[in-house]
Design a binder for this molecule. Structure first.
Ligand code: NAP
Ligand code: GLV
Length: 309
């Protein structure tokens, strides 16, 4: 099996070592210098390939994404019609849950307020509130959303979640579909977005959604920048309807210097670091999928192209 590794963001030698440790017989080819004969490539393990690149491998049998989100693949009209799997890695899941818990606690314990007040040289007392009195709502109850919700539940918060299809989750009040979105939002004090970016979810964090949240709500977007209408957000913050936000992802990355978000005192920006996939923990799952390709079986975590995630 020849595997093409294509990512400008991931450490190629670390990946080579991790994959060869799990599968010594793997023929690992690194893009762009060590591809060899394109007709020999069976599998592509990739993150944000240049549009059109994957169409150059006529015998490709599967595409494995190095990221959990596969929206960048779906926008390439030349993407070969072979099974596509998204990334599920225990380290990535844990790191995302940590990011969400850290962000929620920062808002809940008012560190966002104290950071602002310190800059103004003000001693502002705000009594700590109980997590039991706060409701956190998670949009997207997939691998990452469920892990984050479970960690927040263990920290004492009231949890509710929203997904596309109905779910029963222990200790989490669940909602699904557009019809139940308003009900989900109405009592959500802190909203977490962990949705995939699809035609249905693009721009979902907009003025009408913000207006449905209670006054003083906080938002954490760790999914994709295109979920968020940035102008609507700034307006909701400036009117005092939203209290504060944490943003890890942006429509244009890096976020342009001209963006008003940089200077907004109620916005915390992190540079798309909420989570990432670790070669040493992800290699097992990738090799399992390579074996599925060899055996002609369906992939684990295979993307449903009709749904877009
Ligand atoms: P996943 O397991 O595929 O879960 C997606 C969840 O979203 C599912 O619960 C799904 O509902 C729900 N959903 C999809 N479309 C919906 C819709 N139209 N309405 C309501 N719910 C909808 O995905 P994941 O692995 O948790 O990853 C989620 C996203 O996180 C990724 O797509 C990526 O964009 C983002 N991400 C960001 C970072 C970062 O560093 N910032 C890192 C990794 C991932 P069903 O359960 O009903 O199907
Ligand atoms: C990162 O953003 C991912 O989708 O894995």
């Amino acid at each position: 099996m020849a595997l093409l590794f294509l990512s400008e963001a991931d450490p190629v030698e670390r990946w080579r070592k991790a994959l060869l440790t799990e599968m010594p017989s793997l023929d690992f080819r690194a893009w762009p210098d060590d591809v060899g004969d394109p007709t020999e490539i069976d599998i592509a393990l990739v993150w944000t390939p240049p549009p059109g690149e994957l169409a150059r491998y006529p015998n490709l049998k599967a595409i494995l994404s190095l990221g959990a989100g596969i929206d960048s693949f779906m926008s390439d009209s030349t993407l070969p019609d072979v099974p596509l799997a998204r990334m599920v890695d225990p380290s990535m899941t844990r790191t995302m849950a940590d990011y969400v818990l850290t962000s929620v606690l920062r808002h809940h314990r008012r560190f966002d307020l104290f950071e602002r007040e310190q800059r103004a040289g003000r001693w502002t007392f705000a009594l700590p509130e109980r997590p039991e009195d706060k409701t956190v709502g998670v949009m997207g109850l997939g691998v990452l959303g469920q892990a984050a919700a479970s960690m927040l539940k263990d920290a004492g918060f009231k949890l509710r979640g929203w997904s596309r299809s109905p779910k029963e989750l222990d200790g989490i009040e669940t909602f699904y579909g557009r019809d139940q979105l308003a009900g989900f939002l109405a009592e959500t004090d802190m909203l977490i977005c962990l949705l995939p970016l699809t035609d249905d979810t693009k721009g979902i964090l907009n003025a009408s959604l913000f207006a449905t949240l209670p006054k003083g709500a906080c938002l954490i977007n760790a999914a994709r920048g295109a979920h968020l209408m940035e102008r609507d957000l700034v307006d909701a913050l400036d009117r005092g309807h939203l209290e504060a936000v944490t943003l890890d992802v942006f429509d244009t990355e890096p976020l342009p210097a001209s963006s008003p978000l940089w200077q907004h005192e109620r916005v915390l920006i992190t540079p798309h670091v909420a989570s990432y996939c670790v070669p040493e923990t992800a290699a097992k799952g990738i090799v399992a999928n390579i074996e599925h390709v060899q055996a002609g079986r369906p992939l684990h975590h295979q993307v449903d192209r009709r749904k877009g995630y």
